[in-house]
Design a protein around this ligand. Structure first.
Ligand SMILES: [Cu+2]
Length: 256
């Protein structure tokens, strides 16, 4: 693969596991950004023939439908990718943000909504079930083994058997990095949460575009990740009062 990816600026090795954690030298600091610039752009996939999978649920079809979109490849007509995560790696100073922000993920007709989320370390996430059937929220922390092969480790598992049920959780967002969310009752249900330590992260829209504003002038590494199309890191320079344009093409498969 073009880019052998390290998820973080510093890899922590614990035993034989390499943890997917971004470690910064200090906590995020809010500074004056009156001289800020912005980064705007898009994420594309190189192989425009890639199509999303269609899932045939093995249970609860009467409520959830005979078929469901896997949402693994949501590609616009011009090859741009929805649900890519774009973030500045390792930035420690910048615009105000609220790390105590609250987020929600719900079950809706056997799909997690939203499918991809960025959320601040230290925030609170509300897990909800809108369906009249049991779902569970099984979070895994995404890791690399000693050969940098992807693997995952159980983080938390909560069952929500009743429609309308909600659970507020802080523990889920305690550490930075990528989380995978599965439902054990419906094998195809999948969502992703990237826990971040700064406000410079976004999920691409249906047209594959993103905007990061209020960025202090400087040179940065911009990380782009997509669950099926892989990952890349590109250089970007932000100048005061200007918008840097970044267009990233991913190569249609997950990074090694
Ligand atoms: Cu489920």
């Amino acid at each position: 693969m073009k880019h052998l990816i390290l998820f973080s600026s510093l890899i922590l090795t614990v035993g034989c596991l390499t943890s997917v954690m971004v470690v910064t030298a200090s906590a995020y600091e809010v500074v004056d950004v009156s001289n800020a610039g912005a980064i705007m752009g898009s994420v594309s996939v190189s192989d425009m023939s890639l199509k999303d999978e269609t899932i045939k649920p093995h249970r609860n079809q009467n409520y959830c439908g005979e078929t469901l979109p896997a949402e693994k490849y949501l590609v616009s007509a011009n090859g741009r990718l929805q649900n890519s995560i774009v973030m500045i790696d390792g930035i420690t100073r910048g615009k105000p943000w609220n790390p105590r922000e609250e987020f929600a993920i719900t079950n809706d007709k056997c799909r997690f909504k939203p499918h991809v989320l960025v959320a601040p370390k230290g925030g609170t996430i509300t897990l909800g079930n809108d369906d009249p059937m049991l779902h569970n929220f099984h979070f895994y922390r995404m890791l690399r083994d000693s050969d940098l092969r992807p693997m995952k480790r159980h983080l938390s598992n909560m069952a929500l058997p009743q429609q309308g049920q909600e659970i507020r959780k802080k523990k889920i967002l305690q550490n930075p990095g990528l989380l995978s969310l599965k439902c054990n009752a419906h094998f195809y249900m999948q969502a992703w949460v990237w826990v971040v330590e700064h406000p410079y992260a976004a999920v691409t829209l249906a047209n594959g575009t993103f905007t990061l504003d209020g960025v202090p002038p400087g040179s940065y590494k911009l990380r782009v990740w997509h669950e099926s199309a892989g990952e890349d890191v590109v250089d970007v320079t932000v100048e005061s009062g200007k918008t840097a344009s970044v267009h990233v093409t991913l190569y249609g498969q997950r990074s090694p």
